[in-house]
Design a protein around this ligand. Structure first.
Ligand SMILES: NC(=O)C1=CN([C@@H]2O[C@H](COP(=O)(O)OP(=O)(O)OC[C@H]3O[C@@H](n4cnc5c(N)ncnc54)[C@H](OP(=O)(O)O)[C@@H]3O)[C@@H](O)[C@H]2O)[C@H](O)CC1
Ligand SMILES: [K+]
Length: 487
């Protein structure tokens, strides 16, 4: 964003104009809360504080009651200093008693302490102030509405992580586009409703920045959605296959392969070990069934080049035999999706996985535990971890969770935010693997197939609502798939 600001300034829109528009957008959001607003504006040392002073000035000009708690100290950018001196209204003394009284009296608190320039954990007086505001926000009667400028102070805009402590906002007004910190958890949960104000950074300027981080929304992959050709043959829509687990663990792959079919693959086959053939046969109608017992059998099955997308891992143990099958899938011309056991089977040998992936289209779909077992590490910057994993494995990595990150080896990454909490249920991950396989079978490139698959998965769950089980996702896919085509 700093680069965008600089280029915009070079193109003739000064930083002070941007700040004026940013602060005015915040004032608009506060004014929209209705009459009787009495705003306490918290202004920090950087340009976020500059925006806060502009907002305070504009609100006062419009006749609202405003007081500013100025925590700028000495210095700040030229624009912030100008904004500060242009505000001539009441200020709150920076002592505990005065702050408590001001917080008590406010109906709205505007958080302009820190935005994109947060560089370390909040400590001391700043941390204490944030805690005070958070306490006031949950007090039962007449709790103030908290509006954050750009980001809730204490949230790291690049990672969504809390730096020590962070403001809990009801609303966040950001500028030009959402940042990762608005989409990744926990940051997302601190923002409240996020609105994006245009402040005059031209789309061309943003485009010229070669952005590689995206919100996972239709603009990202709309053009890649499979199109149904009139008079098309079922083989035009691909042939998805999935490998079944052993006799006691067959359901996961059946869910997945059925999801692939519902996603639009023209044909679907479940490849089953001999001991599980009967149980699989008893449960399948439209999905075809064939016997495959090991890596040699899978290689043989995938010599039929019409079978152009393969999923394995659901219901499979993370052992040497599974790894050998995964290597067979990756060596075949079909695009491959590795989930669950097939991901963990490579634990400790990411280099070996990368060799196996080679130049082929491959997608890995680990949840946090599987991700750690394969790539190491625990917690921290999810976006950076997903990107590093994609680069290290040569595969598209779908790092699952409430804020699933889809990362490609070329550095692109998308953050998903449409998954409802009730989607975290047994079998849901198997359905996701199947949906992605279904898109791959229809010829969608790996990154887009994974990204649209994750989105469709969230969409179908949201349409069903709480109480869903994975089987419902399969049923719901039919209508959701149609809605997805209209996005
Ligand atoms: N295009 C846009 O999006 C525009 C955004 N604007 C606003 O500008 C801010 C970003 O402004 P910036 O000055 O870069 O950063 P901040 O205001 O967030 O804060 C920087 C100052 O805060 C100090 N700092 C950082 N972390 C801490 C901390 N934990 N405790 C105390 N102080 C901290 C930092 O000090 P350093 O020592 O690190 O230098 C700075 O003094 C953006 O969020 C928008 O609100 C523009 O107004 C318009 C264009
Ligand atoms: K802020």
């Amino acid at each position: 964003m700093a680069v965008a600001d600089r280029r915009t300034a070079e193109a003739g829109t000064s930083m002070s104009r941007l700040m004026e528009r940013a602060g005015t957008a915040v004032a608009d959001a506060v004014a929209a809360l209705g009459h009787g607003v009495s705003a306490l504006v918290l202004a920090g040392p950087g340009n976020n504080g500059g925006d806060a002073f502009v907002a305070a000035r504009v609100l006062r000009q419009r006749g609202y009651r405003v007081a500013v708690l100025d925590l700028a100290g000495e210095g700040g950018s030229e624009e912030a200093v100008t904004a500060r001196s242009a505000y001539r209204g009441p200020r709150v003394a920076a002592d505990d008693g005065a702050i408590d009284a001001a917080v008590e009296a406010a109906t709205v608190i505007v958080d302009g302490l820190f935005g994109g320039g947060l560089s370390r954990d909040l400590e001391g007086a700043m941390a204490a102030l944030v805690t005070r505001v958070n306490r006031a926000r949950v007090r039962s009667r007449a709790a103030p509405h908290v509006v954050a400028i750009d980001l809730p102070s204490g949230i790291d805009g690049a990672t969504g992580m809390v730096r020590g402590v962070a403001i809990r906002a009801d609303r966040t007004v950001t500028f030009e586009c959402r940042k990762p910190g608005h989409l990744l958890v926990p940051g997302r949960h601190y923002c409240g409703k996020v609105t994006v104000a245009e402040i005059g950074i031209a789309a061309a300027t943003l485009k010229g920045l070669a952005v590689t981080t995206f919100a996972n929304e239709p603009d990202l992959w709309r053009a890649h959605r499979p199109k149904l050709a009139r008079g098309g043959h079922k083989y035009d829509r691909g042939h998805a296959v999935a490998v079944s687990g052993p006799m006691t663990a067959t359901g996961a792959a059946r869910l997945a392969i059925t999801a692939a079919l519902r996603t639009g693959a023209g044909l679907a086959t479940l490849l089953s070990p001999g001991d599980a053939l009967l149980v699989n046969a008893a449960h399948l109608t439209t999905v075809m069934l064939a016997r495959v017992d090991d890596a040699t059998g899978l290689t043989e099955a995938l010599t039929d080049r019409r079978r152009n997308a393969v999923l394995l891992g659901p219901g499979m143990p993370p052992d040497a035999a599974t790894r050998a099958m995964a290597e067979a899938a990756l060596a075949a011309p079909a695009a491959a999706v590795l989930d669950a056991g097939a991901v963990v089977a490579f634990a400790g040998d990411v280099a070996g996985l990368k060799r196996a992936v080679g130049e082929g289209a491959a997608v890995l779909t680990p949840h946090a535990g599987e991700f750690s077992r394969l790539f190491g590490g625990e917690g921290g910057d999810k976006l950076a971890r997903a990107r590093a994993a994609a680069a290290a494995s040569g595969a598209v990595v779908v790092f699952k969770g409430e804020d699933t990150v889809i990362a490609a080896p070329d550095g692109r990454a998308a953050i998903n935010a449409n998954a409802p909490p009730f989607l975290a249920t047994a079998g849901a991950g198997d359905v996701l693997g199947g949906i992605i396989t279904g898109f791959l079978a229809q010829g969608v490139p790996a990154f887009e197939a994974a990204a649209m698959g994750v989105f469709l998965h969230g969409l179908v769950a949201t349409r069903i609502g709480p109480g869903l089980i994975a089987d419902d996702l399969i049923d719901g896919l039919r209508a959701a798939r149609a809605a997805f085509d209209m996005l």
